[in-house]
Ligand binder design. Structure first.
Ligand code: AMP
Length: 431
């Protein structure tokens, strides 16, 4: 019997593979670290929620008609007959947690971020997986468009810090739940005469979720929709002012933007602002991430009326984009600084080596040794495999003289260092 990871789920590995080098934990940690650092600077605090939630939470918040809820959730009944779902997104769980712990009452304005795993039963393809990780933020309690601008700037700064300079910001407004039905009908009226010519997907969306017809990559549908009515022409006064204010803030912050009338989000709970960041030097998979406002979500989940806005960036997508752009991250160096090799009388030398190694590590130095008691040459080879910068040689002779041999693996120069001085010496040499 041979086992494999579930389909379209990735292992992230301790060593980079020749193919799919992006599935390397060091890269993931680097990106997560950078995201955390930016969030801290912007005043966001981390939230972590369970991987499972009551199924009803997602059905209610995301919407029954969406692809996610209707066909992509990993849902099962637990041993207590509860219907649970592995979270397909991070916003509704954050809202649930804030409500459960009364955070909205204690902190009328909440700025949160998360790094979490999402599960969607997708038709797998490059860049789309059934488990993916999102880096996201959520802000609750502020309806001023200045916070919309902040969230957008944060997302763009994140990509810039990773080295992605060529970004384009697309924005749109989907109005409010109250103003949307009129637009929905106008869009249906526009499409109805040529509905039969639309793709199967377009026809399904026509019935279930008409706004999503706009969010298509089908060339023929795009042509048919070219002169479709625009959301911005149907906005209620409040949404219109909000959208104009956002544009003024973006202009003030020196951020160019494009009005994208076809930009809508997949979930029902979005209102007003929608945005997407596009990588201009990428091919068809050019979305770097996006988000939007969801002023109705907290109420939908049983809480007080609370405005909210957020975004989610896919980690896998982000790493693939960096690869596509040839951006090399300066990831954490996981190589040991020193590698201890022993020779001679094992009964005497090994205990001293174990002690020395413990002392080096306690002093904060990355040090290792070979635990397979082999020949000197084999131990040295292991040091090379790990990329150790210095070899520490401990044999009978060194023990008697109270020294350890210190060999620079680059220059191959070796000298004796008195044992009590070795830690200080390595600390000087550490990068
Ligand atoms: P969404 O939650 O659908 O708005 O997606 C937000 C971001 O998550 C997208 O821009 C993608 O980068 C990423 N994403 C969504 N679904 C997947 C998936 N199935 N596999 C990988 N990344 C995904």
């Amino acid at each position: 019997m041979r086992f494999a990871a579930p389909p379209y789920m990735n292992d992230v590995l301790p060593y980079p593979l020749a193919k799919d080098g992006w599935l390397h934990t060091a890269r993931w940690r680097y990106v997560e670290g950078l995201f955390r650092d930016i969030c801290r600077r912007y005043g966001y605090r981390e939230i972590r929620t369970p991987i499972l939630e009551q199924t009803e939470l997602f059905a209610r918040s995301i919407g029954e008609a969406t692809d996610i809820v209707s066909k992509e959730m990993f849902t099962f009944t637990d041993r207590g007959e509860r219907s649970l779902t592995m979270k397909p997104e991070g916003t509704a769980p954050a809202v649930r947690a804030c409500l459960e712990h009364k955070l909205f009452a204690a902190h009328p304005m909440l700025k949160l971020y998360y790094v979490g795993q999402n599960f969607r039963y997708e038709r797998g393809q490059k860049g789309r997986y059934r488990q993916h990780q999102q880096l996201g933020v959520e802000v609750f309690g502020a309806s001023d468009a200045a916070i919309d601008a902040e969230v957008i700037l944060l997302a763009m700064e994140f990509y810039r810090a990773l080295g992605v300079e060529d970004q384009e910001l697309h924005i749109n407004s989907v109005g409010t739940a109250a103003s949307r039905p009129a637009y929905r009908e106008a869009l249906r009226d526009f499409v109805r005469p040529f509905l039969a010519e639309m793709s199967v997907e377009g026809q399904t969306r026509f019935e279930a979720n008409p706004l999503r017809m706009l969010d298509t990559k089908d060339e023929s549908d795009l042509r048919l929709l070219a002169d479709a009515p625009r959301l911005v022409d149907f906005l209620d006064e409040d949404s219109r002012v909000h959208f104009e204010t956002l544009q003024a803030y973006l202009t003030a912050a020196g951020v160019p933007y494009t009005l994208d009338h076809r930009l809508v989000r997949g979930f029902d709970y979005y209102s007003k602002t929608c945005f997407e960041i596009i990588g201009t030097k990428l091919g068809s998979q050019n979305a770097l991430g996006g988000g939007g406002r969801y002023d109705g979500l907290v109420e939908e989940c049983g809480g007080p009326s609370t405005p909210g806005i957020g975004f989610g960036l896919g980690m896998e997508r982000c790493l693939l984009v960096l690869d596509a752009l040839g951006i090399v991250l300066s990831v954490e160096d996981e190589r040991p600084l020193a590698f201890l090799v022993t020779l001679g009388d094992e009964a005497k030398v090994r205990p001293a080596a174990v002690k020395l190694l413990a002392d080096l590590r306690a002093a904060g130095l990355a040090a290792d040794m070979d635990y397979r008691s082999r020949k000197f040459g084999q131990q040295a080879k292991r040091a090379d495999e790990l990329g150790a910068r210095y070899l520490l040689v401990l044999g009978d002779g060194e023990l008697e003289r109270g020294v350890v041999g210190l060999r620079d693996q680059n220059t191959k120069e070796q000298s004796d260092v008195p044992l009590p001085e070795i830690i200080a010496r390595l600390q000087e040499l550490a990068p």
